[in-house]
Design a protein around this ligand. Sequence first.
Ligand code: GLC
Ligand code: CA
Length: 516
Amino acid sequence: MAKWLDTAVFYEIYPQSFQDTNADGIGDFQGIIRRLDYIKELGCDAIWINPCFKSPFGDAGYDVADYYTVAPRYGTNEDLKQLFQEAHARDMHVLLDLVPGHTSTEHPWFKESMKVEKNEYTDRYIWTDNIWEAPDDMASLRGISARDGSCALNFFSCQPALNYGFYERTRPWQQAPGDPGPQATLAEMKNIMRFWLGLGCDGFRVDMAHSLVKNDPESKGTIALWQDVRAFLDREFPEAVLVSEWGEPDKSLRGGFHMDFLLHFGPSHYNDLFRCEEPFFSSRGKGDASAFVKKYLENRRKAGEDGMICIPSGNHDMDRLARSLHGDELKIAFAFLLSMPGAPFVYYGDEIGMRYVEGLASVEGGYNRTGSRSPMQWDGTPNAGFSAAAPEQLYIPQDPGADRPTAEEQMSREGSLWREVQKLISVRRKNPALGNKGSIRFVRAEENGYPLAYIRESGEQSILVILNPGREEAELPMEAAGQIRESVYRFGGEVKADRERNRYLVPGQSTGFYLL
Ligand code: GLC
Ligand code: CA
């Protein structure tokens, strides 16, 4: 198993918005290469790049038209190979984004599958056997082909579902996962993985990993499919890492994924912490972390100590963290994100509190997500250093605010969010108890209660993490928390021990990591 994952801290790069080097207003691979040192300096040593393959960009590249060739706007396959090499030279690792559930309607496979004559791609997608029948529970494309049938969609209308079969079959056109069509789709996906792993990528973040086998109420078929993929990787690329967009770690980790994301959808209560009317990390102090913790512990129990659950700072699908949290709230949220088990993921720009850009028109299928995808703000030069193109040529407009945060300004200022994130990552790296694999035990996660406190443990080391994002002083019973010694990290005021009443008094808007 890839050892590096045990200590990895990830940075998510939305490639079109990171760094443009040829003044066309769109980020590119050479731009990512140029900024690898920046990512390393922050403390991250692994990156996930959103899909960068040929695509008509009806859904920002999640509508792939050729899995074996990168989108020309980002460079060439050679550039991407160079990016892998440059990353490895810095002891960094790169995950690509694999989109196995669907392609673009522009993919040549789809065009072939629309034909009346039987061919190699007839069963590559899910088709009913006549135009008057639509697949149950799935949207479909109808009346666009000479072929008589409706084709199931996996997401947007430009994203027809690839055929991995049906776990439960009630209609004659539904194939079994073991049938030749679904097996050929799976074999092709393995070829694609083989191709990129062969060029030097270290693994994949897998898009909608839960979605492959249809009519699969308990996900048994989909889990079995991923187990098959893992067995193939174990034979040919045992070091390859798989991270899933699934949101149900008990299932994905059983399927052989190393790690699963908790996201803004699904049953995780992730939103309670950061993105709801009263987020737990708001200084108003009206939030509630208890449902999140309950669900998190349930997941951990099912996933086993070794299965990693990832709580990202955000991603290209959800509102920027800085839309609901501000100032010191962001620092305390990062203290949480960077002291939890599982590999942390920092969404580009979150380390400087990049804002959600309000009021943007949808770009490339972004809709409300567009505001979280605006180009990175590097410095005080035109286009914040993102691109030498004319500002109106940037493929998504930038935050127009005169006070928009930039990496350069924050890197040079003591007490900035960037410096705090950098410090937190380095504290995490120095203390094994805070690492990706250490254990966790919550000592305080009351309903509507502050602070949140938990103990992280690894080998000999035990660290108590106390987080009080609310403005009010809060108390923590001493007995449960244990005797604190020195702190390895502190932000805000200092915790006071009130021995008479057996409690710690935790100042408002503070956090600390204490050796026990
Ligand atoms: C995932 C991606 C999202 C995309 C969708 C369809 O949720 O993160 O950006 O639109 O899948 O591929
Ligand atoms: Ca460019």
